[in-house]
Design a protein around this ligand. Structure first.
Ligand code: GAL
Length: 685
């Protein structure tokens, strides 16, 4: 069990944005609509420390006491995401900056760096003062550290970061010679002759860095963020009683959220804004196809689940999103707010807190709509929140149940970092990740994100029938050994193009590909390339014939030589490499490895899903259209099925036997039409 022992509903509230006369009424309306927790305080440093060293607790004393009186629980945020103007003006070294050294000034948020000794000290003081004052306040059930670590900016370029990076490197490598060797600085005469010559990524003539430096720098950023959070958590733990939890919110780049959580959190919370998905990608195209827009948030949720088996949603979208200078997405249509909140619950959230109670009439986020509009009148969104809170009560038997496992999408932190700056890697994984996800979704195959870590055990991997590791560009020996055991003991491993192209320092091994995995795959890459944009534009990508159909390989392709005992499942059917092997399978022990010499588009992942007999695992229970997501939960031999319809149209479903539907509290059988944006939760009669 996580930190909650029942489902809960919350909301983000900013008492500092409202006249005090509104507070009591707001809290009573929240409670009347099923909202039992407020998250407060995360941007309110000045309200507690108005000037350096001058503390005043009256504001939050009053608000917290009112919460206690009304029976409202509180999650209190430490205010370090928005350092005050008095601080940044006096100590500009606390600021983050750009690659060219220009500093990010006061006036936005997240303008600080994690390594300035002055900032660390100021944070230590404010967190300690707040913890000392309110750590044992009976209204407080949890603390949120900072707000969205590494959101807005996940790179740091201050002098304090450079200095701390050198310390990180000295600890890691010991000598400058070792750094030079690890990074291959002899290339382009980048050799360092004194520690002071080393900096994080800076503006240079080509807009590209030494890639091994870049990799280490991003690892360093992650360590810095974790140390920053750990500093706060250690202080909080000295003051809070047993049972009060520590969390933070969001998953962002250059931060190992698994390690962060292990190091200093009791539980991870996520901020879920599925309507971001209605935006455009960098090429100006809508993300994925139309019916996967908000549904793809299930992929993010499965990633959160890999961090905290049970987790909370600290910010669940409640209205249209946008700042005065950004138009992110339209409001949730009737039914969508509840659908998205139940999507979070289906995927393992125990606590769902909406962002925010009332839309702000002031500041940058005046158009980021909360549940209520500025006028504060009851509205449709509040009614939907109320319905959701009533629905959660009906779902109490599902609480703490397991999510069915079948397919795993394996990932690891080093490769996530690598893909953040290696364009080849990024282009491949940007297709394969949503490709595997969409294929699983459409074929109703339960899929988890599985994080490959030092402590990952083979037993955990073996709970998945198949693991997709699309592009393990960076590959270390320990991972290879673990994968070997997984396969030998019966697992099916699918790997894609560019597997094993780098060592853990980001250097390409002088060996045939797929590098360290070659012994396992039973293949050797004979040729590899990206697919020319011109060929992609004209539909001349490599085509692979699998015998049962044709697959297109965009972005990257490899031709494979199969060693004896390795079966060729697909061959190139066009172009200069026609006839060469493109997909190979090798039986190893009780399992097998499939090497796909390309990216895993939805089409290719779907082909694999069918070839491995994974598709439609619930076919004997019900017949679902592709457009409906299915999530299976189990506990003590009892099963529940969440069905989620993401479309504005009815979805036809056929039940092959009667089920009890928990939300309508009715029995369903035979042909049924799910409502637009409807959700059903089924269990045995
Ligand atoms: C989140 C953030 C909130 C609010 C919201 C809307 O990323 O945590 O504080 O800014 O976005 O912009």
């Amino acid at each position: 069990m996580g930190v909650w022992n029942a489902y809960g509903v919350g909301v983000c509230y900013y008492p500092e944005h409202w006249k005090k006369e509104l507070w009591a009424d707001d809290l009573c309306r929240m409670l009347a609509n099923g909202i039992g927790t407020v998250r407060i305080g995360e941007f309110a440093w000045n309200l507690v420390e108005k000037s350096e060293g001058v503390f005043d607790y009256a504001f939050f004393d009053e608000f917290l006491d009112l919460c206690l009186e009304k029976g409202m629980k509180v999650i209190f945020g430490t205010p370090t995401a928005t350092p005050p103007a008095w601080l940044t003006e006096k100590y500009p070294e606390v600021l983050n900056g750009r690659e060219d050294g220009a500093l990010f000034r006061h006036g936005g948020r997240r303008h600080y760096n994690y390594n300035s000794p002055v900032y660390l000290e100021k944070c230590r003081i404010i967190v300690e003062k707040e913890a000392e004052r309110w750590g044992r306040h009976p209204a407080i059930v949890g603390w949120q550290i900072d707000n969205e670590l590494n959101c807005e900016k996940d790179m740091f370029h201050s002098a304090a970061d450079d200095a701390a990076f050198r310390v990180f490197l000295k600890k890691k490598y010991g000598t400058l010679d070792a750094v030079n060797a690890a990074w291959g600085t002899v290339f382009w005469n980048q050799t360092y002759t004194a520690w002071e010559e080393i900096h994080g990524p800076r503006l240079n003539a080509i807009g590209a860095q030494n890639p091994s430096l870049e990799l280490d720098y991003r690892r360093f950023i992650s360590e810095s963020a974790i140390a920053f959070a750990a500093l706060q958590a250690e202080i909080l733990r000295r003051y809070i009683p047993e049972g009060v939890f520590i969390t933070t919110n969001g998953i962002f780049g250059n931060l190992d959220s698994h390690r962060l959580t292990d190091t200093c959190l009791d539980v991870m919370c996520y901020d879920s804004y599925p309507n971001f998905a209605y935006g455009l990608d960098q090429a100006g195209k809508p993300w994925l196809d139309s019916q996967m827009h908000d549904r793809q948030w299930s992929l993010h949720l499965s990633e959160v689940r890999s961090i905290s088996r049970h987790f909370g949603i600290m910010e669940q979208q409640a209205g249209a999103g946008g700042w005065y200078n950004r138009m992110e997405a339209p409001m949730p249509r009737p039914g969508q707010l509840g659908l998205w909140a139940l999507q979070s619950v289906a995927h393992g959230a125990d606590f769902v807190s909406f962002f925010r109670w009332r839309t702000s009439p002031i500041g940058t986020e005046i158009y980021w709509h909360g549940i209520l509009d500025w006028d504060s009148r009851d509205n449709r969104r509040l009614r939907e929140v109320h319905i959701f809170s009533e629905n959660l009560k009906k779902l109490s038997p599902v609480f703490d149940s397991e999510i069915e496992r079948c397919a795993g999408l394996l990932q690891d932190f080093d490769n996530q970092l690598d893909a953040a700056f290696d364009r080849w890697h990024d282009r491949a994984i940007s297709v394969s990740r949503p490709g595997v996800f969409a294929a699983c979704q459409h074929a109703h195959v339960p899929m988890d994100v599985v994080q490959l870590r030092e402590k990952t055990r083979v037993e955990e991997l073996l709970s998945y029938r198949v693991l997709f590791l699309p592009h393990a560009v960076i590959l270390g020996e320990e991972a290879v050994e673990l994968l070997h055991r997984y396969v030998t003991l019966g697992g099916t491993l699918v790997v894609g193009a560019r597997t094993g192209y780098k060592d853990i320092q980001g250097r390409c091994p002088m060996a045939p590909m797929p590098g360290l995995l070659r012994g396992l795959t039973g293949t050797t890459v004979t040729e590899s390339s990206f697919v020319a944009p011109d060929d992609m534009a004209k539909g001349r990508e490599p085509v692979v014939d699998t015998g049962s159909g044709k697959l297109t390989f965009p972005v990257l392709f490899e031709t494979l030589a199969a060693e004896e005992g390795t079966e060729v499942l697909g061959r190139y059917a066009n172009g200069p490499f026609a006839g060469e092997a493109a997909i190979c399978r090798k039986a190893v022990g009780d399992g097998c490895v499939i090497h796909v010499g390309g990216v895993l588009t939805e089409e290719t992942a779907r082909y694999l899903m069918n070839a491995l007999n994974l598709s439609e695992p619930f076919a004997d229970l019900f017949d679902l259209p592709e457009t409906v997501e299915a999530v299976k939960r189990t506990r003590d031999g009892k099963d529940w099925y969440f069905l989620l319809n993401y479309l504005p149209e009815e979805a036809p479903v056929t039940f092959r036997r009667p089920f009890r539907e928990l939300l309508s509290e009715k029995t369903v059988e035979g042909q049924v039409k799910m409502a637009p944006y409807g959700v059903m939760v089924l269990t045995d009669e």
